[in-house]
Write a protein that binds this ligand. Structure first.
Ligand code: ATP
Length: 232
C-alpha cells in the first residue's frame, strides 16, 4: 500500500534520513521505533510531502512525490501529528470538523459520531477549547481529527508521548480498534514495547538509517532491541 525507497532528507547541512526503505501492506500495523532524533517524524513528514526529499514514495501503486498533501489526504493517506498540534483556540467539535475539510454532508456527521464512540471523553468535552484539554485528551483529539478524513492508511506520530501509563494503554487499545475497522496503520513511537507488541512488522531507525526490521514479535525478542530500547 505504501512503499518508500531510498528516502533521503537534508536539513541544511544535516543529513537526517540516509536512504530509508519502508513497506506497509494493506491491513497491517507497521511500527517505526527509534531514539530521539533518529528521523521518525522526518520520515512521516516526507511521506506527506510536508518537506522536500529525494528517493521515491508510492501510495496505492502511484508515485506521490508531486502530489500535494491535501490530495494525499483526499486519497486516504492521513497523518495524526503529535497531540499538541491541535488548534488550541477551536473547540473539540471545530477541530474535528476541520479534519473533514476535504468532505461535506451527512457522512461527516456520521464520522463524528464514530469518533465520539471511540472517544466518549471528546463528546463530553465537545464545546471545550482544544488548548484547555489534558495531554491525553489532546492526543485523542489529534487522532479523532485524523479519522475525520476517513483514512485508508493512517500514520500516527508518537501518540503515547508524555502520557500516563493507563492513558497509553487506552491509546493503544484505540489504535487496535481503528485497525480492526479496516484502517492500515503506520505508527511511530518511542514506547518501543507497546509499538512492537501491536506491530505486524516493525523497523528500527538509528540516526537516519533502518538498522533492523522484522515482525514486531521477533524484534521484541531481539537482544539488540532489548538492550537498546526495552531496558532489559
Ligand atoms: P523525536 O522522537 O525526538 O521526535 P525523531 O526520530 O522523530 O525524534 P526527527 O524529528 O525526524 O527525529 O529529527 C531527525 C533529525 O533531523 C534530528 O537530528 C533533528 O534535529 C533534525 N531536524 C528535524 N527537523 C529539523 C529542521 N526543521 N531543521 C533542522 N534539523 C531538523
Amino acid at each position: 500500500m505504501l512503499t518508500v525507497k531510498d528516502l533521503n532528507v537534508h536539513y541544511g547541512g544535516i543529513h537526517a534520513l540516509k536512504g530509508i526503505d519502508l513497506n506497509v501492506e494493506q491491513g497491517q500495523i507497521v511500527s517505526l521505533i527509534g531514539a530521539n532524533g533518529a528521523g521518525k517524524s522526518t520520515s512521516l513528514n516526507a511521506i506527506m510531502n510536508l518537506i522536500k526529499y529525494t528517493g521515491s514514495v508510492s501510495y496505492k501503486g502511484k508515485d506521490v512525490k508531486s502530489t500535494k498533501t491535501m490530495d494525499l489526504v483526499k486519497a486516504g493517506l492521513t497523518l495524526a501529528p503529535e497531540g499538541r498540534r491541535i488548534f488550541p483556540n477551536l473547540t473539540v467539535t471545530e477541530n474535528l470538523t476541520l479534519g473533514a475539510y476535504a468532505r461535506k454532508g451527512p457522512e461527516v456527521a456520521k464520522d463524528m459520531d464514530w469518533v465520539f464512540e471511540l472517544f466518549p471523553r471528546m463528546e463530553e468535552r465537545r464545546t471545550q477549547k482544544g488548548g484547555t484539554l489534558s495531554g491525553g485528551e489532546q492526543q485523542m483529539l489529534a487522532i479523532g481529527r485524523a479519522l475525520m478524513s476517513r483514512p485508508e492508511l493512517m500514520m500516527l506520530d508518537e501518540p503515547s508521548l508524555g502520557l500516563a501509563p493507563l492513558v497509553v494503554k487506552d491509546i493503544f487499545k484505540i489504535i487496535r480498534t481503528i485497525h480492526d475497522s479496516g484502517v492500515t496503520v503506520l505508527l511511530i513511537e518511542q514506547n518501543a514495547k507497546a509499538a512492537l507488541e501491536v506491530a505486524d512488522h516493525a523497523y528500527v531507525l538509528e540516526v537516519g538509517k533502518v538498522v533492523l526490521e522484522g515482525p514486531g514479535r521477533d524484534l521484541l525478542k531481539d537482544p539488540r532491541v532489548q538492550s537498546a530500547y526495552l531496558g532489559e
